[in-house]
Design a protein around this ligand. Structure first.
Ligand SMILES: [Zn+2]
Length: 142
């Protein structure tokens, strides 16, 4: 997707409205228009990039720093929030629907109906040898 077609870039250019909560030179945070729960926020980089690996490290770090600030603000606010989920869908297979990287900050309450579905077969401990192989494969690509 090109930046010109990107709904989040349009929000950043103020071409479409958003309820902005925070903005600085690197990131912007605003209310999700289709919230999973009341108070659901998005933190996005000010520069277009689909995947978190395409976002420069300082900006990616700032996204989480701002997520932390928002988490504290939600908990201090009148929005009911027993907990908060941070979630990032990095690529279509992970559930990404807007192709401008974004960190979801989702207030949670017992019984709110939102959650992550575990895959079939979940619940079995992995073999240490398999974990070590995977760890090595990832480490050599750092
Ligand atoms: Zn964009």
């Amino acid at each position: 997707m090109k930046e010109n077609d990107c709904i989040f870039c349009k929000i950043l250019k103020k071409e479409i409205p958003a309820s902005v909560v925070y903005e600085d030179e690197l990131v912007t945070a605003f209310m999700d228009v289709m919230p999973f729960t009341k108070g659901h926020l998005l933190v996005i980089p000010n520069e277009h990039g689909q995947l978190i690996g395409e976002i420069d490290e300082k900006t990616a770090g700032r996204m989480f720093e701002v997520g932390r600030k928002l988490n504290r603000a939600i908990r201090k606010s009148g929005i009911e929030s027993e907990g908060v989920n941070f979630m990032m869908a990095d690529g279509p297979a992970a559930g990404q629907e807007v192709f401008h990287s974004h960190l979801h900050c989702i207030p949670r309450n017992t019984g709110d109906g939102f959650g992550f579905k575990r895959p079939p077969g979940y619940g079995k401990m992995a073999e240490r040898a398999d974990l070590d192989l995977l760890a090595e494969e990832i480490k050599k690509n750092l």
